[in-house]
Each structure stands twice: as structure tokens, then as C-alpha cells.
Design a protein around this ligand. Structure first.
Ligand code: AKG
Length: 294
């Protein structure tokens, strides 16, 4: 049954994510980021900011995934599916076309956090990701990896991840290996699950940080911080979240990050499709004249 990479974590130990607050001194926050390789801001975004994204995703995922008032989470109706399954491919372009998904990462509150980490002007990657962590898909969860490898990025790049609803330990939480960013970009091998590659974990690295999250929680992690999703072991509950990447303005950005997420595999998923119904054009093609693409 446990045929995926997650059985490799049977000896892992877990501690809660170290918490940060926006009103702490910037130097203290940056020092913690450099020490742990991540910052966790519980309840940072108000639900009025996250709810449109959650509701938009649920509309696109209907009737396969629906909100359950009883569980207080999305739940799966029917067969499970994961990123790049045919059903996911059919539903994902409309999730990508959500103006709220892209706009979320350009709003004031997340901009403030990114500026704080970047110590000045930052660049938000055009590629925005929406995650559907379905139950009953053991072994297909995101394997441990470094975004420096998957996005061909340097040390000033970081990931920013937002919880859209509360999620507990059964629901495939995002899990980080504290301090792992200090040991360089690691060798990888092929793996099942989102992204398809897994990086090396050294023998002394057994302590992972993970917490139950609530809607509006934000996690920022260094491009070399090893992270993964735990298995979703629930019978029906689904974890939905969104994330993107950012870097110091002017840092090199690799060209695949300029496409919509999975635009390289799903033929109709290009920026024309994404932007077709947007009301505000300010964020369309904002990235086109970025000076350091390769
Ligand atoms: O949310 C997830 O399941 C994976 C997120 C992730 O790996 C990432 O943002 O790089």
C-alpha cells in the first residue's frame, strides 16, 4: 500500500513550524529566514482576500470536489486525481484563468512580505500554481525537492505558499526541512508525484517542520529549502492551496517560468486563454519587459 516515496519518512521527526509575525523587526525576520530557510506567518491574509480564490477553485472543480460545511474543507466526490491526470488537465485551464489566483500575489499584503524578504524591489514570477491535494492518491504527493532545481533559480528566489482553508495532519500538509537551504543544490532522481523529481536527503536530516494550517496562513521558503507535501491520508477531504515564486528584481529568471503553470503540456493553456476574461488588464503581461530572462 505504501508504495510511494513517503514510506521513506517513517523515521522522520516533526516539530511545528516556527511562527513569525509581520510586526517583528525586519532584521529579526530576515535572520530567521536565513537560519531556518523559511518564514511562517499564521493567519496573515484575511479571509476576504483568500475566499475569492477558494470559491473560484471550487467552481472550477465542481462537481468533482465540493465544499463540505460538515467537514469545513473541500471534499472529493468520485475518483481521486492528481496533477497531470486527464481530469486535472481538463479542469486546470479554468483555474489558471482565475484573475483572483494571479491577483492574490500582487496584492498589498503579500507584496509587503515579499519586499521584506527581498530587502527591496522584487519580481513575482508570472507562473502561479494552484494545488489540489486529493485523498486516496498515496504516493503521488509532491516529493521532497528544492525549487532552485525545478525553477533553475538562484539564491534570491523564494517560494510563497498560501493556505486557502484550514488543513490538518491527514490532509497532505506542506512540510519543510529546516536549515536545508545551507547545503547547496542537491542531486535529484526521478520520483512519482507532482514535479516528478526528488532531491537527496542526507542521513542526519530527520527533523521536519510542519503545522496544521488555517485559511490565510502564508509560508515563504528559500529556493534551496527542501520541502514536500505529506500524504493526504484522509478518506475524502482535499487540500487546496496556491503558491508562486519571487526573486530580487533583476535576478535571472528561467524562461519556463514565463508560461502558465502546465502551459507546456496542456495545448490550450496559454496567456491568451488565461487573460481572456480578466476585468483589469494591469497585470496582463506585466513580466514581458523583465530585464533578466534566460
Ligand atoms: O503545496 C504543495 O503540495 C507543494 C508546494 C510545493 O512544493 C512548492 O510550492 O514548491
Amino acid at each position: 500500500m505504501l508504495d510511494g516515496h513517503h514510506d521513506a519518512f517513517s523515521h522522520a521527526r516533526y516539530e511545528p513550524l516556527e511562527q513569525s509575525r509581520r510586526d517583528e523587526a525586519p532584521e529579526a525576520l530576515r535572520a530567521r529566514f536565513q537560519r531556518d530557510g523559511y518564514l511562517y506567518f499564521p493567519r496573515y491574509l484575511p479571509t476576504r482576500v483568500t475566499e475569492p480564490v477558494l470559491e473560484g477553485m471550487l467552481q472550477c472543480l465542481h462537481p468533482h470536489i465540493v465544499w463540505s460545511d460538515r467537514r469545513g474543507t473541500p471534499v472529493l466526490r468520485g475518483e481521486p486525481f492528481f496533477e497531470s491526470d486527464p481530469l486535472w488537465d481538463a479542469l486546470y485551464p479554468d483555474i489558471q484563468a482565475m484573475e483572483s489566483l494571479h491577483g492574490l500575489f500582487h496584492g498589498d499584503k503579500l507584496t509587503e512580505l515579499m519586499q521584506l524578504v527581498a530587502e527591496g524591489v522584487h519580481f513575482v514570477y508570472p507562473m502561479k500554481m494552484a494545488r489540489v491535494g486529493a485523498p486516496r492518491k498515496l504516493g503521488y504527493e509532491t516529493p521532497p525537492h528544492q525549487d532552485a532545481h525545478s525553477h533553475h533559480a538562484g539564491p534570491t528566489m523564494a517560494g510563497i505558499w498560501v493556505a486557502l482553508h484550514d488543513a490538518d495532519e491527514a490532509m497532505g500538509r506542506l512540510t519543510l526541512l529546516p536549515g536545508s537551504h545551507k547545503r547547496g543544490v542537491r542531486p535529484v532522481h526521478e520520483a512519482k508525484g507532482v514535479g516528478g523529481v526528488q532531491c537527496e536527503i542526507y542521513a542526519d536530516e530527520t527533523l521536519w517542520h510542519v503545522s496544521n494550517v488555517r485559511a490565510g496562513d502564508v509560508i515563504i521558503f528559500h529556493s534551496q529549502t527542501v520541502h514536500r507535501a505529506q500524504a493526504n491520508t484522509d478518506e475524502e477531504r482535499v487540500r487546496l492551496s496556491v503558491d508562486t515564486r519571487f526573486c530580487d528584481y533583476g535576478a535571472p529568471v528561467f524562461s519556463t517560468n514565463l508560461e502558465p503553470h502546465h502551459g507546456w503540456r496542456i495545448p490550450r493553456l496559454d496567456w491568451e486563454y488565461v487573460y481572456a476574461q480578466w476585468r483589469d488588464s494591469a497585470l496582463k503581461y506585466y513580466w514581458r519587459d523583465y530585464p533578466a530572462l534566460f
